[in-house]
Structure formats: structure tokens, C-alpha cells
Design a protein around this ligand. Structure first.
Ligand SMILES: NC(=O)c1ccc[n+]([C@@H]2O[C@H](COP(=O)([O-])OP(=O)(O)OC[C@H]3O[C@@H](n4cnc5c(N)ncnc54)[C@H](OP(=O)(O)O)[C@@H]3O)[C@@H](O)[C@H]2O)c1
Length: 317
């Protein structure tokens, strides 16, 4: 079935995009609505996507406020998490059809995990907060059929990052998940589905209590990192002095430390602790750049297989 001709009805059409103002003065608008002509005709291997949901996460808000630790292109389109449907495809597209439900990957240079460069949506190139997007077929994944648009929209950033972070630990191992944010809660759901023991930290007893009630069996071990300044000792105690097998961000003896975020700041003097941590405690450190297209496809397959949904971890719609 040839669907490329459907694109002609979009010729001359405009899309609505939400671009950064790049005015970081407190109290001033951070985004402006722009109407811009769709970049048509399509490249032969590209698809035109109608966007149905966009997720706002820490990174999007941080970029809007000028806090991204890496450079961003001037007045770029915000946000990196979107779910949409294909409305037209280029004449050489082989893997997608009109009507497919898709999400772009957030590092469009990372298809297999072996590429040396990076190109993040909303930073190195435009993001996804627009009503129409154009992506090469190689840079989008098909979404799980059972998810609605809102649920599906959190897959590319929080989902793929959590998925990548949990690689390398199998059933019965333990994972320390820091905080109750988007990446952490997605990691919690995946960890439970994968049969991992979860220890969760938060600054809020209320959040820990409510998450404990949400995920009662088996009970989640919890630590308030604000009230317990030596919370790592508490984690050691919970694991009979052995420590956990994997930590999202900071670690224990012989485990894997996944470096995901930078919420506690980036002080160079803290780096001095990295050497004894890695040598004395035989810790392996692994940085996460979300994940590749392959990772996103694998995550979507796992979500389909488990029929997992995410209403319970989405703050508001
Ligand atoms: N490397 C990557 O590929 C990648 C991908 C996605 C996100 N990130 C980064 O990962 C971080 C989290 O993103 P997110 O979207 O999950 O953010 P989020 O939804 O805003 O969640 C942040 C949560 O982290 C906890 N937290 C804050 N400061 C902390 C600290 N100093 N120590 C321990 N926990 C702390 C808090 O949990 P409580 O309120 O429960 O205390 C907070 O709610 C950000 O830095 C983001 O830029 C990186």
C-alpha cells in the first residue's frame, strides 16, 4: 500500500511549536508559541507524525530555565518526550505505515549504542512540543498498543533511562533507587516486574508511605535521606552489611553505580571521592545517556509483554 501521496494534503500547512524565549530573567515567559511552515515534501525515509501527548519532565523544565549543563541551540523547541501517530511517510520508508503509534528517541544519534556522538532533542536539535513532527524512520519506535497517549509519552526519557540503568542485574538482586521522581518511579516499576529487591530513598516520609501502600507486596525498604544523614549506613544495615547490587547514582561495595542525574549539583571537589569509591569498594561506574533506539524498542517490547501501565506514576495530566 502506498501512503506517501497522503503527505500532499499537508503541503503549505503550518504547525504550532513551543519555542524557548531564552530569556532566563525570573518571572518572564520561558516559551513562545510560533506558527511555522511544515518542512515538506518529506525526505524519502522520513515520516510526518501528529503529536497526541508530550510529557514534561525535570530536564524540559530545567532547559526552559537555562539550567542545562550542556549547550542548547538558540530558541529551540522544548521537551523530549512525545507520543504520536504517523499521518504520512516518505516514498522509501519501509518500517512504518500511516496509523502507526510511535515515539521519537531522545538522543537521535544513538541508534545502536555504539555511535560516538550525541544529539539530544530539545538541546542539540529541536524538541517535540509541537503538533506535528518529522523524523527519519530510524529514529522512532513503535509504541505498545495497550497504552493510551499519555502513558506512552513517558517512555522515551524516564522510561528508557530507567531501562538502561537496570541493565546488568537479574532476578533476586537488589537495587537502590534514589528519590521519587520520574526516572526513579519508572525504575521502581521495572525493578518490581524484573524480580529485584528495591530500596527506595526520598526526602519525604509521606511519599515513602504512599509508595509503600501503592506497592505493598513484597514491601519496599525505604530510607528518608534528609532525616537520615548517613542513609548509606542504613542501606548497609538493611542488606546485612553487604550493600546493594546496583545503585541509581551512588554506590556500595562491589556494586554498579549508574550515573543518571545531577540534582545534587556538580562540585569538582566531590570528584575526589570517586577514586576511593571505585578502588576501595570495587564499584563499577556507568553513565547513562538515556538509551539507544534498540533500548527503546526493547523497553516497548517488555511493556507490551507485561501489559504495564503508568497512570500510578504520572503526576498530573
Ligand atoms: N542521563 C540521562 O540520560 C538522564 C535522563 C533523564 C533524566 N536525567 C536526570 O536525572 C535526574 C532526575 O530526573 P527526573 O526526571 O526523574 O527528575 P524529577 O522527576 O524532578 O525527580 C527528582 C527527584 O529526585 C530526588 N532528589 C532530588 N535531589 C536529590 C538528591 N540530592 N539526592 C537524592 N535524591 C534527590 C527527589 O525525590 P524526593 O522528592 O522523593 O526526595 C526528587 O523528587 C535529573 O538530573 C535529570 O536531568 C538524566
Amino acid at each position: 500500500m502506498c501512503t506517501c501521496s497522503r503527505v500532499t494534503k499537508y503541503y503549505g500547512r503550518f504547525r504550532v511549536s513551543y519555542r524557548r524565549t531564552d530569556d532566563y530573567t525570573p518571572g518572564t515567559p520561558k516559551i513562545k508559541i510560533v506558527e511555522e511552515k511544515l518542512d515538506l515534501p518529506l525526505h524519502p525515509t522520513s515520516a510526518l507524525i501528529k503529536v497526541h501527548a508530550v510529557a514534561l519532565n525535570y530536564r524540559g523544565a530545567n532547559i526552559a530555565n537555562g539550567g542545562n549543563p550542556w549547550p542548547v541551540t538558540p530558541h529551540g523547541i522544548l521537551c523530549n518526550d512525545a507520543a504520536g501517530s504517523i499521518v504520512a511517510v516518505g516514498e522509501k520508508v519501509e518500517t512504518l505505515r500511516v496509523g502507526d503509534r510511535v515515539a521519537p528517541i531522545i538522543d537521535t544519534a544513538n541508534l545502536t549504542g555504539r555511535e560516538p556522538g550525541r544529539s539530544w532533542l530539545a538541546a542539540d536539535e529541536d524538541g517535540v512540543l509541537a503538533d506535528y513532527l518529522i523524523f527519519d524512520e530510524k529514529r522512532v519506535s513503535r509504541l505498545p498498543e495497550h497504552l493510551d497517549w499519555v502513558n506512552a509519552s513517558i517512555i522515551p526519557c524516564a522510561g528508557v533511562t530507567a531501562w538502561s540503568a537496570l541493565q546488568g542485574v537479574g532476578i533476586g538482586k537488589s537495587v537502590l533507587i534514589q528519590g521519587t521522581g520520574g526516572v526513579a518511579m519508572f525504575a521502581l516499576k521495572l525493578a518490581r516486574a524484573a524480580g529485584l529487591r528495591v530500596i527506595l530513598t526520598s526526602s519525604s516520609d509521606e511519599k515513602l508511605k504512599s509508595i509503600g501502600e501503592q506497592f505493598p507486596n513484597p514491601p519496599i525498604s525505604t530510607v528518608n535521606y534528609r532525616k537520615t544523614s548517613d542513609w548509606e549506613e542504613e542501606v548497609l544495615r538493611m542488606t546485612n552489611g553487604e550493600g546493594v547490587d546496583l545503585v541509581v547514582e551512588v554506590g556500595e561495595r562491589g556494586g554498579i553505580v549508574i550515573i543518571v542525574g545531577y540534582l545534587s549539583g556538580r562540585k569538582s571537589e566531590d570528584l575526589i571521592e570517586v577514586i576511593p569509591l571505585s578502588i576501595d569498594r570495587r564499584v563499577t561506574m556507568r553513565g547513562i545517556d538515556a538509551g539507544s533506539k534498540h533500548d527503546q524498542d526493547d523497553l516497548c517490547a517488555a511493556i507490551s509483554a507485561t501489559q504495564m501501565t503508568f497512570d500510578d506514576i504520572i503526576d498530573s495530566v
